[in-house]
Write a protein that binds this ligand. Sequence first.
Ligand code: ATP
Length: 327
Amino acid sequence: MQSITKLGIFTSGGDAPGMNACIRAAVRTALHAGKSVVGIYQGYQGMIEANFHEMNSRSVSNIIQLGGTILKTARCKAFHTAEGRQKAYDNIKAVGIDGLIAIGGDGTFTGAEIFSREHNIPVVCIPGTIDNDLYGSDFTLGYDTATNTVIEAIDKIRDTAASHDRLFFVEVMGRDSGCIALNAGIAGGAEAILLPEKATGIEELCNQLESAAKSKKSSTIVIVAEGEENGGAYNVAKEVKARFNFYDTKVTILGHLQRGGSPSSFDRVLASRLGFAAVRHLLSGKTRIMVGIRGNEIQTTPLEEVLNKKVFKLSEDMLEMMEVLSI
Ligand code: ATP
């Protein structure tokens, strides 16, 4: 095994708050170990286009508090092809990059796993996505911040819902994961939460809303996870309205405002720990692993396992509690 002298670092897939704090930690950990660092801009696209910039300690000054990613991110079709990956490999080899740190979601990890095997280049991955949908880490970068953003929005919507006796449907991100929906719903005191992991039909929802109305609630908020089975907040609102036309229903799709913003203290610390650990593991000869956090300890998981194991992060206790607390 040859020791690594020059690391390439990139972000890929959707941006997430905490990515910058993670870049900062990884760059400084590598520099501290006497290694060179190259920032690869726009993920795999940047590898194919040789969009590289040498980084020093000052390149990552004053970014710990910034959302988004200073390295930019992209979705790159060409990396799905062997020719595209060959071009990427030729480019990184030409500048002497001999190890990679990848920050992103499962698509990014899939690309990293294939690329690493194909060209025998060591890679360590860091979970960066607001969806919190990766096996091997209790939390992903950006999830805590996104959840806090959603809570802030629910609190504001609650003011209007209570003032007008309205029924609000708030759609939140998370793709196939209901983590943001469940946690923000609990923290925001939602009356009902529709999740991808637990089917709730319109009939069941209507029963819940009926008992909320009977108990004279002055406002009702239903959180709708984007991946749930009833077709999104607009559709759910339409179906509920068809049954209960006395309700004044409103829909809010929070959309991309959930992705940006200054990372929470939790995300900044998590990002720093993961960036630090990822570089240490890469330099110690590890490859094709993801560094994550489990039970407040940094743990590593082979990428193959991360990609092949199904993840279920909602606790049954919380699901039950949600129903009890919403009466
Ligand atoms: P998010 O969870 O925020 O969507 P992600 O990392 O899952 O993040 P994707 O768009 O799925 O985002 O993947 C990022 C990039 O990884 C893709 O644009 C593509 O360049 C690369 N990639 C994904 N899947 C593959 C694959 N099977 N082979 C090669 N590259 C891939």
